[in-house]
Design a protein around this ligand. Structure first.
Ligand SMILES: *Cc1c(COP(=O)(O)O)cnc(C)c1O
Length: 368
């Protein structure tokens, strides 16, 4: 069936352009371990993301997991359950206890009015998620984290290239972790990055991603291996040339979706944020089964019958995963629970045509 529409489609340069970029790797035979491509992408990202430091890693998950480790946290870490498995797993795999804060019903980020009541003398950090590219309430998180002396590590996997009040989104908190997975706005096939300010944190992170090796005969600490290889970095260098154009295309698609799906009984769209230059990463729609004629699951099934594949991001909530059975009570995050049951992310990628957006919208509107 060639009129199938998948929820996402990876951005890629032309094959010739990529081959051109990787050709010299056959001369140098330097294909990993912080080679020229790694260094070049790192430089370019510092500039593009408007941040002080960037370290490149194998993927977004290792960026999060190793950053939490580098910060030497203990006890409890406050986060939200309305996210990808990675966020919660990074906390748990560090031997830390996730404490789940609810989300707000407007942009689905951490509800800062509920944050302070979750802080105990065991709390060491907050891991807020800029979910769908919606930016958390940075000012409040900053205020509260300073008041209680907590570290803040943003899961910025969805916010590549975003600006808040003109500042790079990766410049907030102690660190921000990006994912360059194939499905994200910007990809290095697999890959990730940590943006940070504190040089000492940077050193620890570097040790963690490269076995703690600092010289031919010097192993400074017990590290893992999470280096980005040269082929991935080369893909990033190519994709970075087109990311602004891609975001512009995504913007047009999102604006069209919004135009078509605004003011439809039973459909809620997330609110547009002030002072944010968005990357239009995802297009989530909330279907209220009481006022829309079908539930979210029925809408997803009906679209799939027509060859249109959506995703239930983020369902199930991470605090209801089988692997955490009996450990957390999702009723303590009722807004997240409510949204997770009703949300559907519609197809969105730079090359999605406006005709296809119309086809999807027509199907949805005609259901009602
Ligand atoms: C994609 C993603 C990650 C993990 O990134 P990978 O590069 O796939 O390891 C972490 N958090 C969120 C919210 C994500 O969407």
């Amino acid at each position: 069936m060639n009129n199938e529409i998948l929820v996402t489609r990876s951005s890629m340069p032309s094959m010739d352009e990529y081959i051109d970029e990787i050709k010299e790797l056959w001369d140098t035979r330097w294909i990993t371990n912080m080679g020229e491509k790694h260094k070049e992408l790192q430089r370019k990202l510092i500039e593009y993301l408007k941040v002080e430091n960037v370290d490149l890693l194998t993927n977004g998950h290792m960026a999060l997991e190793l950053t939490l480790q580098a910060l030497n946290l203990s006890g409890e870490v406050i986060t939200t359950p309305f996210t990808f498995a990675s966020t919660t797993h990074a906390i748990v795999r560090n031997g830390l206890t996730p404490v789940f804060c609810d989300i707000n019903p407007y942009d689905f980020t951490l509800d800062v009015t509920k944050l302070e009541s979750l802080i105990t003398d065991k709390t060491s950090a907050i891991v807020p998620v800029h979910v769908y590219g919606n930016i958390c309430n940075i000012e409040e998180i900053e205020r509260i984290s300073h008041k209680y002396d907590l570290r803040v590590i943003y899961d910025a996997a969805h916010t590549f290239g975003e600006r808040y009040k003109g500042r790079g989104i990766g410049s907030f908190g102690d660190a921000s972790c990006f994912s360059f997975h194939a499905t994200k706005v910007f990809n290095t096939i697999e890959g990730g990055a940590v943006c940070y300010r504190d040089k000492e944190l940077g050193e620890k992170l570097y040790n963690l991603k490269n076995f703690g090796i600092r010289g031919p005969e010097t192993v400074e600490s017990v590290g893992a291996n999470a280096k980005m290889n040269e082929f991935s970095a080369a893909m990033g260098i190519c994709n970075l040339r087109y990311v602004d154009a891609d975001i512009e295309k995504r913007k047009k698609i999102v604006e069209h979706y919004r135009e078509r799906l605004t003011n439809i009984e039973g459909i809620q769209l997330n609110s547009i944020q002030d002072n944010v230059e968005s990357n239009y990463a995802y297009f989530p729609v909330i279907f209220d089964e009481k006022t829309f004629c079908y539930s979210r699951n029925e809408v997803a099934d009906r679209l799939a019958e027509q060859g249109i594949f959506t995703r239930k991001y983020f369902y199930p909530l991470t605090n209801t995963f089988d692997c955490f059975h009996g450990k957390f009570d999702a009723n303590k995050t009722p807004v997240a629970l409510h949204i997770a049951k009703r949300v559907l992310t519609l197809p969105l990628y730079a090359e999605l045509s406006i005709e296809d957006v119309d086809r999807i919208c027509d199907l949805i509107i005609n259901m009602n």
